[in-house]
Write a protein of this length. Structure first.
Length: 361
């Protein structure tokens, strides 16, 4: 096996601890070419599409990558920010604030963000951390609920990088935070603040990203963790079972996915006479195409067309103080046992090595 070129090892170099904050990914720009590159990488992951490779390769390259990039690029263009893709902008800010929040707690850490698909790639960021002297890395996926298609895929990418790395850092992974008290509290705070600004709707809809229904039967805990997040959030807000709904969005293909689906749920509510709904996406750490276009544009239009009168989208936690506090506390707990509050003096290490060499016979 050929190993990648690594920075030269220096005896006495100070070991450092790092956090790698990983999100899903996004095209570099809202163009057909960039979107095609991104979709090709994303949809080629066997964790994402679990059907026989040969069959899927023919479908992906023969149909999907010919038709879907233009439609997806137009959707990205409708939500693109001045600074770039919303997911890229928010994830980069979250990493910077995470370093600051942890620094205020006394932790001297390297914190970088990475994307599972697209740039900056996980492998590239791990290479950069090694160049900066990181010998311990906490991998923190942005996904609150564990799924094989998301969290496990991040682990795959790190493992693939480790396969070609000679001196692998000590690694830890955060698999989930769907029921973390501070995470639930941050979500509740965002809902209450929204109600204070915009007024309170008749129904709170919690929309999570969908997964094929078969993943539940195969042992993926994602569905159960989404339901727990929704229940805990409802309890924190003091909602009865008649005051909220949990649904799943982003269905892809003709197979059965986790139900109930978000858009049909909204249409059903409008048909039942519900005029005002508030909608939050608790499974997304940052706003992205699935929240800003699929929910705040498409789902909004479906609800209003079905007879609803007011659709109010509650933004993701993004870089909110409560959300960042929750991420910092999560990282801090998983960093326990690793030195993070001081950096050893390289000169002192070199002197200790020299003294040891002189004392040996």
């Amino acid at each position: 096996m050929a190993f990648s070129k690594e920075p030269a090892y220096r005896h006495g170099s100070a070991p450092r601890t790092a956090v790698l904050f990983c999100n899903l990914g996004t095209p570099d720009e809202p163009t057909v070419a960039a979107t095609r590159r991104y979709l090709a990488e994303f949809l080629s992951d066997p964790r994402v599409v679990e059907i026989p490779r040969l069959v899927w390769t023919l479908i992906l390259h023969g149909i999907i990558l010919r038709l879907r990039p233009a439609k997806s690029a137009a959707k990205y263009a409708s939500i693109w920010m001045k600074e770039g893709s919303p997911l890229q902008v928010w994830t980069e800010r979250q990493a910077k604030y995470l370093q600051g929040f942890l620094g205020e707690r006394g932790h001297q850490l390297l914190v970088r963000h990475a994307m599972r698909y697209g740039r900056p790639a996980i492998a590239d960021q791990l290479d950069a951390l090694k160049r900066d002297g990181a010998t311990r890395v906490l991998v923190l996926p942005a996904y609150p609920q564990y799924s094989g298609a998301t969290t496990a895929s991040v682990i795959d990418a790190v493992a693939h990088w480790a396969l070609r790395t000679r001196n692998v850092p000590e690694l830890r992974f955060v698999n989930r935070y769907h029921d973390e008290p501070l995470y639930i509290a941050a979500l509740a705070e965002s809902v209450r603040a929204h109600w204070q600004r915009e007024g309170r709707g008749e129904m709170l809809v919690m929309s999570f990203h969908g997964m094929p229904a078969r993943t539940l039967a195969l042992g993926d805990p994602y569905h159960c963790e989404c339901l727990k997040t929704g229940r805990l959030l409802a309890e924190t807000l003091g909602l009865s079972q008649q005051q909220y709904r949990i649904s799943f969005q982003s269905r892809f293909g003709k197979a059965k996915w986790l139900e109930p689906y978000t858009e049909p749920t909204l249409i059903e509510l409008a048909g039942q006479g519900v005029k005002q709904v508030d909608l939050i996406c608790p499974g997304f750490a940052a706003d992205c195409l699935e929240t800003l276009e699929e929910i705040d544009q498409e789902a909004r239009a479906a609800f209003l067309a079905a007879g609803g009168q007011a659709f109010r989208y509650i933004p993701c936690l993004n870089d909110s103080p409560a959300g960042m506090k929750a991420l910092a506390a999560l990282a801090e707990r998983h960093l326990q046992g690793w030195p993070t509050t001081a950096v050893e003096d390289p000169a002192q290490c070199e002197r200790a090595l020299a003294a040891g060499a002189e004392s040996r016979p």
